[in-house]
Write a protein that binds this ligand. Structure first.
Ligand code: SF4
Length: 537
């Protein structure tokens, strides 16, 4: 008797084995991920109750569920379920199937970059979405429900609605508009095929009632810095009320979730008025959240992103968060941080608001000083920067490489990842940028990519033994160490080959397929591919 079923594909409907960063592994072409690694390690399935209701859900689905409840739908009307149980849940009473998407066609920055660098092919994200939609089409032809697809990746499906059997492609925010659309469909009224959901005032964003995957809790929405390649900045900036956040923490912890992570574009923005930051708001957020968390044995609260200029402007807050969370060398934070480019010309043109309260020309110094500040407080960030700005010149890449070299000299601790800029739907740059391939890039751009990868490789070598010290079983630890060492040396060979002969490496890797155990064994037996390529040089 469930009228609305909510789901997502397997690459999203998982807890990534409790480590959200493993989700990036699903951005790799699926031919390079053995299926047992995908389904056992990267994307294990989620448990369900006796009625196939998911015990935890991707956060956006949990939000839509609670907004439907607020709009008057009863609990039995709405059910979130993982994709594997769809055929058990969908029946003649189902009127709407809502599907959350993040990267349904493999066009998000990480997937696109890895596909280009690894010789092409569908990433697991796309593979899983298309697999789900085959099942959806089969069920739809039997039960005739309406399919609504929405989420940050909906732009990738524009023009593909008929192919995938999508009745409504939903972009924008869901809490106010989705229930209205659902009611119209249930009443048998027509709805547009494309909908842009209205932005929701913070007090109208309802707290979740189903625990969220890995304890994710949204604390801000939007960003006031207006970078031209960014989609969150196209929404107006809001901080979620503290009482909503605390309720969501309780929902998670009382149902057994053992981790809380704040989702935000910049932790320093919480409670800010535009770009006027407020230490007190952040201090209150962490203090009250930890007061609840500690009662459930959770002693620190993670967060997803920080901006280097905000951190520099809020040194006291960086110190406060480190102290209250007990960060140390053994227990560091790994926030995501946008470095974007080391060229002041590119900063001025594409992300002039990011250095504020400093000027665009100050950005390289902000990066160096900001990174030092974070490291001093045991924040080991994942710095990302963009390759492929529409009018980037070789000297722009040289400046970024020089900035990376300066970070190295300063003994920066953290990851450094290059990403190809993409014309993401709904951004200011959408019409100007285009998807780039490896042969579109200059030697300077390749050097810039390789420099970042080398730094990440060095960091991986130093950090993983520290992180794996907690693996208690000595034999398991030895095996994991061995596997990681092997993987890291392969990546080292690959980076070297990329610098020396990018066409050859891409050509060779594009033929590798280790998806099944048989293919994996054949590949291992035949050759260790990357060293061979390098030796043939
Ligand atoms: S600072 Fe980050 S979130 Fe804000 S607009 Fe720039 S890229 Fe987007």
């Amino acid at each position: 008797m469930t009228r609305i079923v909510l789901t997502a594909d397997r690459a999203l409907f998982t807890d990534f084995n409790g480590v959200s960063a493993l989700g990036f592994g699903l951005c790799v072409p699926y031919r390079l991920i053995p299926d047992f690694i995908e389904y056992r390690v990267l994307a294990p399935s989620i448990g369900v109750d006796h009625d196939y209701r998911a015990r935890i859900a991707p956060y956006p689905l949990a939000k839509i569920e609670s907004s439907l409840h607020i709009a008057g739908f009863k609990r039995e009307d709405v059910l979130i379920t993982p994709p594997r149980y769809l055929s058990k849940v969908v029946d003649k009473d189902t009127v709407i199937l809502g599907i959350h998407v993040l990267d349904p066609q493999g066009l998000a920055p990480v997937s696109w970059t890895l596909s280009v660098l690894l010789g092409g092919g569908k990433p697991c994200t796309q593979y899983e979405f298309e697999k789900l939609m085959k099942e959806v089409l089969r069920l739809k032809s039997k039960y005739r429900f309406k399919v609504i697809v929405g989420g940050p990746g909906a732009w990738q499906l524009r023009g593909k609605e008929d192919h995938f059997g999508i009745d409504v492609l939903f972009e924008g925010e869901g809490e106010l508009t989705f229930p209205l659309i659902a009611k119209r469909i249930i009443e048998g009224k027509d709805v547009p095929r494309r909908i842009h959901g209205e932005q929701v005032p913070p007090e109208a964003i309802p707290p979740i009632i189903t625990p969220s995957r890995n304890g994710t809790i949204e604390i801000t929405r939007g960003c006031p810095r207006r970078c031209r390649f960014c989609s969150p900045t196209m929404r107006y900036f809001r901080s979620i009320p503290l009482e909503t956040i605390l309720r969501e923490i309780k929902v998670n912890l009382e149902r057994g979730v053992k981790h809380i992570g704040f989702s935000t574009e910049d932790i320093m923005l919480y409670g800010a008025n535009g770009l006027h930051f407020r230490h007190e708001a952040i201090a209150r957020l962490f203090s009250s959240a930890l007061r609840i968390a500690k009662k459930h044995g959770v002693n620190s609260i993670g967060f997803s992103h920080v901006t280097l200029s905000s951190a520099l402007a809020m040194k006291k807050t960086v110190k406060f968060i480190t102290e209250i969370n007990g960060y140390s060398e053994r227990n560091p934070a790994f926030p995501q941080v946008g470095l974007e480019s080391g060229s002041p010309r590119i900063v001025r043109e594409y992300f002039g608001g990011k250095p504020y309260p400093w000027r665009p020309d100050d950005w390289p110094s902000v990066v160096i000083e900001g990174a030092k500040l974070l490291n001093e407080h045991y924040w080991y960030p994942c710095l990302t920067y963009l390759i492929g700005y529409p009018d980037a010149r070789p000297d722009d890449y040289v400046k970024t490489t020089e900035l990376l070299e300066r970070l190295k000299e300063e003994r920066f601790i953290g990851w450094v990842f290059p990403l190809l800029l993409i014309p993401m739907g709904g951004t200011m740059i959408e019409k100007k940028a285009r998807f780039k391939k490896l042969y579109d890039l200059s030697d300077e751009a390749i050097e810039c990519i390789v420099t970042g990868w080398e730094m990440s490789l060095d960091f991986a070598r130093t950090i993983y033994p520290r992180l794996l010290m907690d693996v208690k079983n000595v034999l398991a630890r030895k095996i994991i160490f061995g596997l990681i060492n092997k993987a890291l040396s392969s990546i080292g060979f690959w980076i070297d080959a990329l610098r020396k002969n990018r066409e050859l490496i891409i050509e060779k890797i594009s033929h590798v397929n280790i998806r099944t155990p048989v293919r994996l064994i054949k590949t291992i037996v035949k050759t260790t591919i990357i060293p061979n390529i390098t030796m043939k040089k």
